[in-house]
Design a protein around this ligand. Structure first.
Ligand code: F6P
Length: 543
């Protein structure tokens, strides 16, 4: 047994779970009329209702004991002091410095990181303004109308999410296209209809070695050189990377290479120059508002008592379901199509961070960690997988995300929000046999028919959810929302005693793919019979 599972708080939570598992959310609401106020957080642009969770004051008190045992406050201090808390890679995790505002210093790894951060942001701003105003034009002097951002994982998901969320259709500034996958269909689709003379490529890769990104970057350059009639590729390419020399060697102009640092993790990098596509799409000012929003959440996180702290509360509630209810997954359902990449973004953030098998000290972990994050926008999901949320046998806690105001107000937005609220209520309440009986009787069904339908139409309810409600989906609100999840993930990592800032598991697949790629075109190597058979089969099917 690990220290964590042996701890008094853990054992007390296990015992407490036995009691609470029998109590329905309906009862909790009946017992506590002030429950909504007790379990909701008003942070101005972001309101979060956690009252539809299977928790009581006692649950929260015990979960806070877990946080105390894990020395959470000390770890929060370490994060904001820029210490090397990424032990296995020997690095700090400096993403909070990236959105530090004002003129005070912010230490990362023992030195003030602000001069370098501000210098890159200033260069980024000039570049963005020049591209958007036409001062930076293509080789023929034509204005840049399209930007193709090439990068994968954290070098794509954050910028893509933010551009989709913030850029209104027809807005001023270049159109953004994202290419992540090594699948050649993706870059072909992005380039279809584009003109080399008016296209700018932005290559985003911290390492500048990621195979997918390098292949796509090479494909982009080939496309440009084949069609531009001798245009200078350097006029059409920028890079964001920690390896400046590699970007220069690729042929990118020194003035268009923007640094990130080894203490910026890929999935925490939106706030750095990795946000370049966002600034190009919506302007530097709104990118700065995104940083403001994240900073506001940082301030809340670092200075609010743990029992009133939103990221801490969401993290503790998440742990409650994963470790005590055995919930293997969590659904994230944005009722806003502009947030359609939010589930994918959170998938990387939470699963790449906390999907670990050993503690930060290398001890085996004997408890579940990162739940599977999945989801699709509502209302689409209602007509697909919601059936399993309502009547399936697995507990899937849900996070709803919506914006009270819309760029498209009116009946359709009202319907969207109504559906979101209704689903939260339905999952919580369910429908009792008595309610079904009354309903069917009111619809003149016979007694026999009511008995036949009853088991099918009743719904257990008691499915917990959080409601994350933005005033409107703007840059500041989005910054708050994403930083909230970063900190929530961090809190969980502290309680689970693991390092959320490395990702060694991803490396194995990268190595194996390289070997098999050479075998597809001839070379032979030893594999299990399945893999060897499949390599042969692909080769034969291509003949
Ligand atoms: O998939 C692993 C990973 O290292 C992610 O953590 C990262 O976001 C992504 O690859 C891209 O890495 P890079 O920015 O170095 O190309």
């Amino acid at each position: 047994m690990s220290q964590l599972t042996k701890s008094q708080a853990w054992q007390a939570l296990q015992a407490h779970h036995k009691t609470l598992a029998r109590i329905h959310l309906r009862e909790l609401f009946e017992q506590e009329p002030g429950r909504f106020d007790r379990f909701s957080f008003d942070l101005g642009d972001l309101f979060v209702d956690c009252s539809k969770n299977r928790v009581t004051n006692r649950t929260m008190a015990l979960l806070l004991e877990l946080a105390g045992d894990a020395e959470l406050e000390h770890w929060i201090d370490r994060l904001f002091s820029g210490e090397r808390i990424n032990g296995s890679e020997g690095r700090a995790a400096g993403h909070v410095a990236l959105r530090h505002r004002g003129d005070t210093p912010f230490p990362v790894d023992g030195a003030d990181a602000m001069p370098a951060i501000k210098e890159v942001l200033a260069r980024l701003r000039s570049f963005v303004d020049a591209v958007r105003d036409g001062g930076w034009s293509g080789h023929s002097g034509a204005r840049i109308t399209d930007v193709v951002s090439i990068g994968i994982g954290g070098s794509c998901l954050g910028p893509q999410l933010a551009v989709q969320a913030l850029r209104a259709p027809g807005e001023r500034g270049p159109r953004l296209h994202f290419v992540a996958n090594v699948d050649g269909e993706e870059i072909a689709a992005a380039l279809a209809g584009l003109e080399p003379a008016t296209t700018l490529f932005v290559i985003i890769s911290k390492t500048f070695t990621t195979a997918e990104t390098m292949m796509n970057a090479a494909a982009a350059r080939r496309w440009f050189e084949a069609r531009s009639g001798g245009g200078t590729f350097a006029r059409h390419c920028a890079a964001v990377t920690a390896d400046r020399a590699a970007a220069l060697a690729f042929g990118i102009d020194a003035g268009a290479v923007f640094e990130i640092w080894d203490w910026v993790g890929g999935r925490y990098s939106l706030w750095s120059a990795v946000g370049l596509p966002v600034a190009l799409a919506v302007g530097f000012e709104r990118f700065a508002e995104l940083l403001d929003g994240a900073h506001a959440m940082d301030e809340h996180f670092r200075s609010t008592a743990l029992n009133k702290n939103l990221p801490v509360t969401l993290a503790l509630i998440g742990i409650w379901y994963v470790n005590f209810f055995g919930a293997a997954s969590r659904a994230v359902i944005p009722y806003d199509r502009r947030l359609r990449r939010l589930p994918a973004y959170l998938q990387q953030l939470e699963m790449e961070s906390n999907g670990k098998q050993v503690t930060r000290d290398g001890e085996p972990i004997d408890y579940a960690t990162a739940p599977i994050i999945w989801g699709e926008p509502g209302t689409d999901g209602q007509h697909a997988f919601f059936q399993a949320l309502h009547q399936g046998r697995q507990l899937v806690p849900v996070d709803f995300v919506a914006a009270a105001r819309s760029a498209e107000p009116g009946a359709q937005h009202d319907a969207l929000i109504a559906n979101c609220l209704a689903q939260g209520e339905a999952l919580m309440r369910g429908r009792t046999a008595e309610e079904v009986r009354l309903d069917l009787a009111a619809r003149s069904k016979s007694g026999a028919e009511i008995d036949r339908l009853l088991p099918h139409l009743t719904m257990p309810g008691n499915v917990p959810s959080n409601m994350l409600l933005l005033r409107r989906l703007d840059a500041r609100g989005l910054g708050m929302l994403l930083a909230l999840h970063e900190h929530k993930t961090f809190v969980q990592s502290v309680i689970w005693r693991l390092n959320p800032f490395d990702q060694w598991g991803v490396e194995l697949g990268k190595t194996l793919a390289g070997v098999i790629q050479s075998e597809l075109s001839g070379a032979a190597a030893a594999h299990d019979s399945s893999t060897a058979g499949l390599i042969q089969r692909v080769r034969r099917m291509r003949e």
